[in-house]
Unconditional design. Sequence first.
Length: 170
Amino acid sequence: MVTLFLGVMALVGLERLAELVVARRNAAWSFAHGGVEHGRGHYPAMVVLHTGFLVGAVAEVLLLDRAWNPGVGIPCLVLAVASQALRWWVITTLGPRWNTRVIVIPGLAPVAGGPFRWFNHPNYLAVVTEGIALPLIHGAWITALTFTVLNALLLRARIRVEDHALGRSP
């Protein structure tokens, strides 16, 4: 089962690289259309946290010899896949406006379709779900807990920045 877990983690790593390619292309599009970046200060921390999350889950499983528990692992795999589906629904809904950075084009109204009909920040629902589920596929509870706490702190700042940039601040 470790091999399966490592395969899942490798696929998620490749997915993250694909996201970065899309984000770079979309950033160029946004800047070409007058986009303004907000909250640059937290972005490096986000990159470190998300990279550490993937590395940490693999390291915990390998170094601490975490056991596979199908009663936890299978539902967590389903949740991890669902979080990926939600993430790509968000990316598709936002189109060229989606980015890993906060870049807003002045004058464009916030997107209200797709998952944004129900949530202001659906991508973060995907991130939070994945942060818990992905490591727990193979029992990496320390990574799940650590990422969840650190991510909550980061998201608190990130959501404030996004809401302010989109004109939703109180």
